[in-house]
Ligand binder design. Sequence first.
Ligand code: SF4
Length: 345
Amino acid sequence: MEFSQLVDYLRNYDGPKIRLMEVCGSHTHAISEHGIRDILSPNIELLSGPGCPVCVTPTAYVDKLIELSLINGTTVVTFGDLLRVPGSKESLNEAKGRGGSVEMVYSPMDVLDLAKRHPDRNFVFAAVGFETTAPIYTLLLDNVLSKGLKNIQILTALKTMPGAIGFLCENGANIDGFIAPGHVSAVTGAQYFDELASKYKIPFAVSGFAAKELIIAIYGLIQMVLNKDYSVKNFYTSVVDNEKNPIIEKQLAKYFEPADVAWRGMGIIENSGLILKEEYAQFDAGSIGLDVDNKKNKACRCGDILMGKAKPEDCPLFKKACSPMTPQGACMVSEEGSCFNAWRR
Ligand code: SF4
């Protein structure tokens, strides 16, 4: 079928209603950027799941970063996105305004230079992310060990996708098919989702991020839904293999082990994260037990949105009290957040 015919099919589709979910923040951003929703029939609903790392970070984690930033002699080092995510009372940025020591960097490796230049300070890196980001923290730890640096720790909020997707399938999100996360799949291989597909009888399509790649994957996923083909199809073969990357897997297993961790608005999900192994506990700045999720604005519906049970437009604060300038919840902060992307549509 010609590409233009695929677009026509998606535009004119009048079969049973189909609900698809992308579980990758970069897909959320790309779908919004390319206006993919605009070409879909009303019978095809695209939902954004829990794929934006800062969106799924519970408030207790942000509160802990704030607490650390206010300790004399300690600096919290983080990517920019996390600065504005609300904790239970305030954001890291607000804590910085009242004296917290916070540095924004573009790579976790930047903390090595900070630690060397300021040997009298402790630096805590906010290690958030998914399977894609976790490997770089292992490189950071390799460097910390090889350089003998004693003033670097990490605070982990590392998540793994299968636990969260299984949780969605078991908790009434009513999703007919998943656009599997492209970046995660590049690390884990497409077969990472095989077990979920057969267990929950739900298809997965691995997609790239270009408009054409997304349209092809969405078309393919719809055919899988209609044909009850509960498997994983890889539409991103230029980047994603079927098998996982053994080097990355070994590196992750060196420092991290699976754990039950908290997701914002979703609670503690079994076996859905990574924590430092006990032998590396000296590098942990207090990551265990950060499970509380006391949202600052009780009307925020980030949890429902991350689970596909509501859309940003269903939140009473959307485009009113909550905007990218005044985020009331994590989903409005990041360029990968559902609310942010709905706001700019
Ligand atoms: Fe939360 Fe704001 Fe989204 Fe509402 S619009 S769910 S307050 S982030």
